[in-house]
Design a protein around this ligand. Structure first.
Ligand code: ADP
Ligand code: ZN
Length: 722
């Protein structure tokens, strides 16, 4: 496999060409910059927020090797195949490798042909691995699931504690520790064990805006599950149940109703569990009914829903479980069903626990129940619990906010249009079909039936597909139409005929979020028929290559293809997740499908709007440091005042400079310990090579000047340019 490029490329270029993304997410930019400057970094970000890129992208900029420690073998293998799909030279070492493969892999590392080496902790700690690494040039040591270091965490692994010695043996490697577990205690433990500095800790918001949160009392569990699934046909998701018995029963009931559902719990033998897990990763449409034993190490990015059949024991578990949905950033639905009998069951378990643990467990259960019964925004409550303040008043993506905020408006005419379309298509079709007719879709199934000649064809363009879906759900709830449980087809009721005669209908109207609404579109309005074709192609390719489908393209990539209809390699390249290697590998396979589809229907190519990059914002501490400095305080004084190292003050000043703050130049250069002629050489190097990154300057000076000095003189260089 070919390395992306030998000459150093800008971060933006790598992001676009290798990974196919338009922009870094807010914290990623800061973290990557930090890592490239060889500052040890702790990253705390929720699942799905993009931690991997924080070391994968720097790995492509470093000359040497990036070693990634990861405790989960399946996850490691997934990531390596994903990286290879992107054309990155990545390999792994773990106990599953045979002797031959092991030899081959280590030989590749020794020859410097590898950019990323993933290793299980026990493999990494083996003497021969350590010798191999000492002989190679390791530029970065990334420690994934870093909370495993801490006995305070929920997943302590003793081998992880020995990573500190690995770190000592690779002094030139920058260390990045990453975790999704946020408690303060665990954070401090990681920092202490690895010797990380407070200033280089990055904690992301735990808000996952694309998760739609909803909770309801469980009245008729099975029926509620079936209703929910009807809204999620053709999608993949997880249904969590409290007991194995419930898992087996529900999985069986769903299969009996024609859903492809599999059970997963610790009572099944290992081979069955592995087979079911594999199927879940490989299939695009599959429901996993499982106990909490399922989910660790699942990297599937298109999990579209998480349904809890019972109340979880606390919000920590709940948040972790729903976090497995929507990693691709598209909307995912999280429905919690609960009943008071669940509370009794959990209390019963708590009573069996050690007395010292009971109080905490009871309080956590109460918080969980408060969430289930919330009368205010669920998102706010959840974030509150994790110590984060939610700024907005309402979130628009939880059931409580939606119910409160939307006044009922008169929708008699849209209701008449919808009902009449149900009637004219013969009361045989489901919601989406009726909507497609109303919105004048050119889908084959509509044209073949001649439904483009109906009087209701194309009369519903005033609403988006999503708005119509929301209206239709309300028409069903209000009893204007009945929905067949099995096929989803709609039939009119007597109430519908009253509406034809002028009986008024009132409903909530979903406001359409414009493209400029700031947040990324959680739900994309794409052509579902084209999407299905592309998805089938993806599945064939994945099966042939024995990799999970989302490794080829995420759902988000396919959705964008079905929105913008790219018909040339150039416009294909602008699609989310389409990098250089993916173009070479897949453009010829996917473009013809899109071209043929568009030719048949006269669909022109769409224009994908350019991405807007959020401007960096300075934190409070950064602003305070910059203000003090500009008011005349010296850098050592400020360091003493805050009780931090001078290098920390420098990195705040750099952040301030990057957000456009002017800094006074005096007070910087006189801190340098270098002789004046060396200072001049460093400044000349910045002038020539630019100040965005230190590495090129460090290399140009052949490592003669240490990083602290480079930080200092770079600030001076930037300050005098103001
Ligand atoms: P985590 O390790 O934090 O759980 P991942 O690294 O697996 O998350 O990333 C989650 C998803 O987000 C992946 O599908 C990844 O490809 C995608 N992703 C990461 N960074 C970006 C970005 N800057 N732009 C778009 N997608 C991204
Ligand atoms: Zn809300």
């Amino acid at each position: 496999m070919k390395a992306p490029s030998a000459a150093p490329q800008s971060i933006e270029a790598i992001l676009r060409q290798v990974f196919g993304y338009d922009a870094l997410r807010p914290l990623q930019a800061d973290i990557i910059r930090n890592v490239l400057e060889k500052q040890d970094t702790l990253v705390v970000m929720p699942t799905g927020s993009g931690k991997s890129l924080c070391y994968q992208l720097p790995a492509l900029r470093f000359d040497g090797l990036t070693v990634v420690v990861s405790p989960l073998i399946s996850l490691m293998e997934d990531q390596v195949s994903q990286l290879r799909e992107w054309g990155v030279d990545a390999v792994f070492l773990n106990s599953t490798l045979g002797y031959q493969e092991y030899r081959q892999t280590t030989a590749q590392v020794r020859q410097g042909r590898v950019k990323l080496l993933y290793a299980a902790p026990e493999t990494l700690l083996r003497p021969e691995t350590l010798v191999l690494l000492e002989q190679s040039r390791v530029d970065c040591l990334a420690i994934d699931e870093a909370h495993c270091i801490s006995a305070w965490g929920h997943d302590f692994r003793p081998e992880y504690r020995q990573l500190r010695s690995v770190r000592r043996r690779l002094p030139q490697a920058v260390c990045v520790a990453l975790t999704a577990t946020a408690t303060l205690r665990v954070r401090q433990d990681i920092q202490q064990t690895l010797g990380l500095d407070q200033a280089n800790t990055f904690i992301a918001s735990f808000d996952r805006a694309n998760l739609f949160l909803e909770a309801r009392p469980r009245t008729n569990g099975l029926q509620q599950v079936l209703d929910f699934l009807t809204d999620h046909r053709d999608e993949s998701g997880i249904i969590y149940c409290a007991t194995r018995r419930q898992v087996d029963m529900l999985a069986e009931q769903l299969r009996a109703s024609g859903w492809s559902a599999l059970p997963y719990h610790a009572g099944l033998d290992g081979a069955t569990r592995r087979r079911h897990q594999r199927q879940f990763t490989q299939e695009d449409v599959l429901i996993m009914v499982a106990t909490v034993a399922f989910g660790m190490g699942i990297d599937k990015s298109n999990v579209r829903f998480i349904l809890h059949y019972d109340l979880p024991k606390d919000l920590e578990s709940y948040y972790q479980q729903i976090g497995r949905a929507g990693r691709d950033g598209l909307r995912a639905d999280c429905l919690l069903l609960y009943s008071y009998s669940d509370v009794h069951t959990i209390n019963h378990f708590i009573e069996q626990a050690a007395p010292a643990e009971q109080r905490g467990a009871t309080m956590r259960l109460q918080a969980m129940l408060r969430y289930a019964e919330a009368t205010g925004c669920r998102r706010r409550l959840l974030l509150d619990y994790f110590g984060e303040t939610y700024e907005a008043n309402t979130c628009d993506t939880c059931d409580v906010c939606l119910a409160e905020e939307r006044p009922l408006v008169d929708v008699t005419i849209p209701a008449q249009k919808f009902l009449s379309c149900v009637k004219r298509t013969g009361e045989q079709f489901g919601v989406n079909y009726v909507i497609d007719v109303l919105r004048g879709s050119k889908a084959k199934r509509i044209l073949q039936r001649g439904h483009d000649r109906l009087s209701t064809y194309g009369i519903g363009l005033e609403f988006s597909k999503k708005q119509w879906q929301h209206l239709a759900r309300q028409f069903i709830q209000q009893g204007l139409v009945d929905q067949d449980m099995e096929y989803g087809s709609l039939t009119l009721t007597t109430k519908a005929y009253a509406v034809f005669k002028g009986e008024p209908v009132r409903a909530e109207l979903h406001e359409e979020q414009g493209a400029s609404a700031g947040r990324s579109p959680a739900q994309l309005d794409y052509d579902t028929d084209l999407f299905a074709l592309l998805r089938a192609k993806r599945k064939d390719l994945a099966d042939a290559a024995h990799i999970p489908p989302y490794v080829i393209f995420s759902d988000r990539s396919l959705a964008e293809m079905a929105i913008y209809f790219p018909q040339s390699p150039a416009s294909f390249a602008r699609i989310f997740g389409v990098g250089q290697v993916k173009i070479e590998k897949y453009a010829d396979l996917f473009l013809p499908i899109i071209q043929a589809y568009c030719r048949e229907r006269d669909i022109p190519e769409g224009e994908k709007p350019a991405a807007t990059r959020p401007a960096p914002r300075a934190g409070e501490r950064t602003t305070a440091v910059a203000t003090l400095y500009n008011s005349g305080k010296s850098i050592p004084d400020i360091a003493a005042l805050f009780g931090v190292k001078t290098s920390t003050v420098l990195s705040h000043l750099w952040k301030a400079a990057q957000t456009g703050q002017a800094l006074r130049p005096d007070g910087l250069r006189d801190l340098s310990q270098l002789p004046p002629e060396t200072q001049a050489r460093v400044l000349a190097a910045f002038a020539e090579l630019g100040a965005d990154y230190l590495r090129p300057v460090y290399d140009a000076l052949e490592g003669a000047v240490d990083w602290d000095e480079l930080h200092l003189l770079r600030l001076y260089h930037v300050a005098v340019q103001e």
